[in-house]
Design a protein around this ligand. Structure first.
Ligand SMILES: [Zn+2]
Length: 286
């Protein structure tokens, strides 16, 4: 009996250690378990992760080479429903290889159902579809850009100090049909209220009248990280302008297809849409 108890206890202890290990991997900000791999951010669906290494190291994420800045900064992100198992590999110029394997933690998103939506809203006309397609093509083009800016490494601050009225990942069902999930963070605000830059960067695009998103501004923070601001009434900046973190860049509006004025802030790592609220939790490296 005593022996059996002892055995059970040691199993329990092992479990506890295992649980601690899992926690340390999944509830970041993490300074990685392996000494050399330094990551900040949450390994979670919709999460953004920034890494720090030596400038001449080669960093790959599942065989895809990630650009490393001259200060050793690199970045990657996980999409809303990402279930991929990733292996991050860092190879030094001398051939030392370090790896870390992880799977983004699963999240539950807010789901709501709306019945009795009119046909007109459900099915926009042909002309509208063409315009929306052109807008999309323009956005696809800017998301392919991978500049060597490293502004993402400074971390991100809220573009407004107002209330958050919509969150990343939430999804509506209209008359039982699932709509695209909401990928932005919505902030309240009246028309003309200021929008500030969450991080420094360069303006990639300003279009005052996209079909769905209305006044749309895109800022490049480097390495494929962009901020997108939707439904704006005005922009104080134009394509090519440099902006500083905290600088007023635009004004809240109700342009495009919205029910009222608000700011919708979205973030991308190239095609991957991640959660700006997780990005704001990142603690930058010194
Ligand atoms: Zn929104």
């Amino acid at each position: 009996m005593k022996v059996l108890l002892k055995g059970l206890l040691s199993v329990f202890k092992l479990r506890k250690i295992y649980a601690l290990f899992i926690v340390s991997l999944s509830t970041l900000p993490v300074i990685s378990a392996q000494a050399e791999i330094q990551l900040s951010g949450e390994i979670k669906q919709g999460g953004l992760v920034i890494g720090k290494t030596h400038t001449n190291d080669v960093v790959t994420l599942n065989e895809k080479v990630l650009p490393v800045s001259k200060h050793g900064d690199y970045v990657f992100a996980f999409s809303r429903d990402d279930k991929t198992q990733y292996t991050l590999t860092i190879t030094s110029p001398t051939g030392t290889v370090e790896t870390q394997t992880f799977t983004p933690e699963k999240r539950d998103y807010k789901i709501s159902r709306v019945e009795g939506i009119s046909k007109k809203i459900m099915n926009p006309n042909k002309k509208a579809n063409i315009r929306a397609g052109e807008d999309r093509a323009e956005m696809v083009k800017v998301r392919k850009i991978s500049s060597d800016l490293t502004d993402f490494s400074q971390g991100f601050i809220a573009p407004r100090s107002s209330r958050i009225t919509g969150v990343y990942g939430s999804q509506r069902f209209y008359n039982g049909i699932p709509k695209n999930p909401h990928f932005g963070v919505d902030y309240s605000g009246q028309i003309g209220a200021p929008v500030t830059a969450p991080a420094s960067g360069t303006v990639l695009l300003w279009v005052p009248d996209m079909f769905y998103s209305g006044g749309t501004l895109v800022i490049d923070h480097g390495h494929g990280i962009t901020s997108n601001f939707l439904h704006l009434s005005a922009s104080m900046v134009k394509a090519g302008d440099k902006v500083k973190q905290g600088q007023v860049i635009a004004k809240v509006g109700n342009s495009g297809r919205v029910t009222g004025p608000h700011l919708d802030w979205r973030m991308n790592w190239h095609k991957v849409r991640f959660d700006p609220q997780l990005a704001m939790k990142i603690i930058p490296f010194k």
